[in-house]
Write a protein that binds this ligand. Structure first.
Ligand SMILES: [Zn+2]
Length: 397
């Protein structure tokens, strides 16, 4: 049995089958696409010419003689990932298999403004690429995560956020002067969501991610893709009101937001010590009982918001990440309790509520996936290969 041939079964689709592990040999590609063996050969030739695919060491048994497994050539291009935090920025170079070839962290404050910060990132990247001796490798693209709502198409910060002074700034235009490659810019929580889904839950269609750190945010994968909403503000759960817990002042100007009750900064305020999630996590690690109680209560408040989201989205899996989630199960337990209590059985029958599987560098992984998804998108790749363009811009840092 072979599937019918589709016009879109170009080289990009063949690469996708290889990349996802759906097909490893010419025979498997022919079976999955319905293409003839000679057409599969042509598709592969253009992928070999572009250095995107190679024959691996592994042999795959088939009906005839065993053949070498086809695999993505991870060295065909570099993915540059940038994870901008409120106080620290991490940069990394990844190969196409998502392996981190090298990374650097620097104390850079978003308060310094876009021009200073972006120029500093560019010089750090040049240094990193030189130190790794990767200047000869074409750069496939740059992915940038920001701790703010981002208009994804425009690549600009919108609305209130900790990135005051960045609203409407042409980040992509600024970076493109040094990096004439595809530049993808997204909200940091969307990138954590993407990383979690692509790396650990790719077989699930609907995932809801909650980041519990100094602030609170969420991201969602709906039917396999990140949902950003109309203006990039989808998932801004931290500034949705939660009733019944008093209405403390939030840093956004409203009162009674989830973040003002359960964010790391709010817990630090209630505990009269420190000012962010790091300070609270430190107290919990010391076994401070007031801090543990505060975190359990925060879990129940967060559970109210997550229960709404569960009713609305009916996810397969809810993943909890962020610094407060790394301190043990107290937060997760509170969320689970309220979600199962409040949601209808149909929505929770198969639902899993789990902590993130990333130990570190999830933001970097997310930025890498964002770029890779974009540059290896089958239609985009076919268009470039059809006009004989190299799959990636060849720039020297
Ligand atoms: Zn708020």
């Amino acid at each position: 049995m072979t599937a019918p041939a589709h016009a879109e079964d170009g080289p990009g689709r063949v690469l996708e089958l290889i990349l996802t592990g759906s097909a490893r040999t010419r025979t498997e590609i022919a079976q999955l696409t319905g293409l003839s063996r000679s057409t599969v050969g042509q598709r592969l030739d253009s992928l070999f010419d572009a250095m995107l695919v190679r024959e691996g060491a592994e042999n795959v048994a088939g009906r005839g003689r065993p053949s070498r497994a086809l695999e993505l050539n991870p060295t065909a291009g570099l993915l540059i990932a940038i994870d901008v935090g409120e106080e620290r920025t991490r940069i990394a170079a990844l190969d196409l298999s998502m392996a981190i070839l090298g990374d650097r962290v620097a104390k850079l404050a978003v308060g310094d403004g876009p021009e200073v910060l972006l120029d500093r990132i560019t010089s750090m990247l040049r240094e990193l690429i030189a130190q790794l001796d990767l200047g000869h490798r074409p750069i496939a693209g740059l992915g940038l995560g920001l701790p703010a709502p981002v208009d994804y198409e425009a690549g600009q910060v919108r609305g209130w956020s900790v990135m005051s002074g960045w609203e409407g700034y042409d980040i992509r235009g600024h970076l493109r002067r040094s990096w004439p490659v595809p530049i993808l810019i997204d909200n940091d929580v969307n990138l954590l969501t993407l990383a979690e889904h692509r790396r650990h839950w790719a077989d699930q269609r609907h995932l809801f991610f909650v980041k519990a750190g100094t602030g609170v945010g969420s991201g969602m994968v709906i039917d396999g893709s990140i949902n950003r909403g109309a203006q990039g503000a989808a998932g801004d759960i931290g500034h949705a009101h939660v009733a019944g817990f008093g209405d403390p002042q939030c840093r956004c100007g409203n009162v009674g937001c989830l973040e003002s009750l359960a964010g790391g900064w709010a817990l630090a305020r209630d505990l009269h010590e420190g000012h962010d999630a790091r300070d609270v996590a430190e107290r919990i690690r010391r076994g401070d009982s007031a801090a543990v109680t505060a975190l359990r209560n925060a879990g129940r408040v967060m559970g109210e918001s997550v229960a709404y989201a569960t009713s609305l989205l009916n996810p397969d899996v809810i993943v909890l990440g962020g610094l407060l989630a790394t301190t043990g199960d107290d937060l997760l337990a509170g969320i689970r309790q309220v979600v199962y209590q409040r949601s209808l059985p149909l929505a929770t029958r198969q639902l899993r509520i789990v902590p993130t599987k990333f130990k570190a560098r999830a933001g970097i992984a997310g930025a890498g996936y964002l770029v890779r998804d974009h540059v290896l998108h089958p239609a985009a790749l076919d268009a470039r290969l059809a006009v004989g363009e190299s799959p990636f811009a060849d720039i020297v840092a």
